[in-house]
Design a protein around this ligand. Structure first.
Ligand SMILES: Cc1ncc(COP(=O)(O)O)c(C=O)c1O
Length: 435
């Protein structure tokens, strides 16, 4: 049998993607600046409480366009500090997406309040403002949004909801460093926002997190939770405080904080500073590669990239997805189409192959109501009304199965992307062979 370039690799032909993909996919990117930053901190011997930490906070706050920032040892701690800063506790409800990493919602329980889950929008998989509004009760105190995969939530709708109902807004911006909504950076819409700086994130510090706010009172309270070393030492804060400022209501807790120790390692802060300096350029490179791929793939009838409104500049954390219309391929199941792409060398996934770990509302923590906050008498009404368990959130429970995920290369080359484009066109042209 003669094997031709046009023959699908799945059926014995030659793969369309032959270039090595390791360098394009590698993350984090380690260059001279990252190594020099670590070496500088290491050599100085200040492995705790080094000056670079506050400089990083000032730079991050300036980048987002907020007054204050507080680094933490991870993003989960930053979210905990955010909910604590808002003074939430037993008897309070916070509306959260369920389709998110657990740290968006679990710290709500750890301040004694109850997460009330809202469903997501089918197209963006971001929390749906209409469903959030339906969950508001007299006990609701705050909404937390998460910009899934770097796609900003509809912030006009959430800001409006919070204004109309007198609620506080928290942004979990862990996927969206550098994204903008109507020209404003994500993270600047909430009363308080938290970012993870964990290695896989767009602004990686290794392990780390950062909380930002315009509200100095919130910053002080967030600091009181897990930064005992900054209480009673006002000049150590990144707020421009002068020596000799009167103690505030939190300074007297400097020998205990509120029981947590959340400061970042200066080594991680040093990496974070380098990552922040390179963030826009690195986001641009990812975005250009993804856009190139999406544009070329969208020429194929039956593959449709998501529509992004003109007022949004998204970033990409995780895999971008395109919608697959089986009817355009003679009814070929999406998994078969994806298997053919994989045989060509493409790092793709689709349909039932896509990972779906289930919404948080289906996790034992909520279904079995294990956490102490569920048993606090002040939370009884909230727990009785909670939508926990499979079936409560239709879109979260049944994510779309007609999507193909594409690779998100931090450093793609045009040659590699062109091989991907060729692979998609080849499989699309020859889909009939697979029926
Ligand atoms: C949406 C979201 N929120 C919060 C976090 C928590 O951040 P960290 O891992 O730094 O604690 C993550 C991390 O994966 C995340 O994806």
């Amino acid at each position: 049998m003669v094997v031709t370039a046009e023959q699908l690799a799945l059926l014995g032909g030659t793969p369309a993607i032959t270039l090595d993909q390791t360098a394009a996919a590698r993350w984090p990117i380690v260059e001279a600046e990252e190594l020099a930053a670590i070496q500088e901190v290491a050599a100085a011997g200040q492995w705790s409480n080094a000056p670079g930490v506050q400089e990083f906070e000032a730079e991050f706050a300036a980048y987002i366009g907020t007054h204050h920032a507080l680094t933490t040892n991870n993003g989960t701690a930053a979210l905990h500090a955010a909910f604590f800063a808002l003074g939430l506790g037993p008897g309070d409800e916070v509306i959260s997406p369920s389709a998110t990493y657990w740290a968006t919602a679990m710290p709500i329980l750890n301040v004694g309040a109850i997460p009330v889950f809202a469903d997501v929008d089918l197209h963006t998989m971001n929390v749906n403002p209409a469903d959030v509004e339906r969950q508001i009760t007299p006990r609701t105190k705050a909404i937390v949004v998460m910009h899934a995969g770097g796609m900003p939530c509809e912030m006009d709708a959430f800001v409006d909801l919070c204004r109309r109902y007198g609620l506080r807004l928290v942004e979990d911006a862990s996927h969206a460093h550098g994204a903008t909504y109507r020209g404003r950076k994500i993270g600047s819409f909430g009363d308080v926002a938290a970012f993870s700086l964990q290695t896989s994130k767009l602004c990686p510090a290794g392990e780390g997190g950062i909380l930002i706010t315009n509200d100095e009172a919130l910053l002080r309270r967030a600091t009181a939770l897990g930064h005992y070393e900054r209480l009673g030492r006002r000049p150590a804060l990144a707020t421009g405080h002068e020596e000799g400022v009167e103690e505030d209501e939190y300074d007297r807790f400097r020998h205990t904080a509120f029981g947590y120790k959340y400061r970042i390692s200066p080594l991680n802060a040093a990496l974070g500073r380098v990552a922040l300096a390179k963030l826009d350029a690195r986001n641009r490179r990812r975005n250009e590669g993804i856009q190139y791929l999406l544009d070329a793939i969208s020429e194929i009838a039956g593959l449709t990239p998501p529509q992004i409104p003109a007022y949004i500049e998204r970033v990409y954390y995780g895999q971008p997805r395109v919608r697959y219309d089986a009817a355009e391929f003679g009814g070929l199941p999406i998994e078969r189409f994806v298997d053919a792409l994989r045989a060509e060398g493409a790092r793709v996934s689709g349909g039932t192959q896509l990972r779906h770990r289930g919404g948080l509302h289906t996790q034992p923590m909520f279904v079995e109501r294990v956490h102490w906050a569920f048993h606090h008498p002040a939370n009884a009404a909230s727990v009785a009304g909670a939508r926990y368990g499979l079936g409560a959130l239709p879109v979260t429970d049944n994510p779309p199965r007609d999507r193909i995920s594409l690779p998100n290369f931090p450093r793609p080359t045009k040659e590699l992307l062109d091989q991907y484009v060729a692979a998609f066109h080849k499989v699309a042209r020859n889909a009939g062979q697979l029926l």
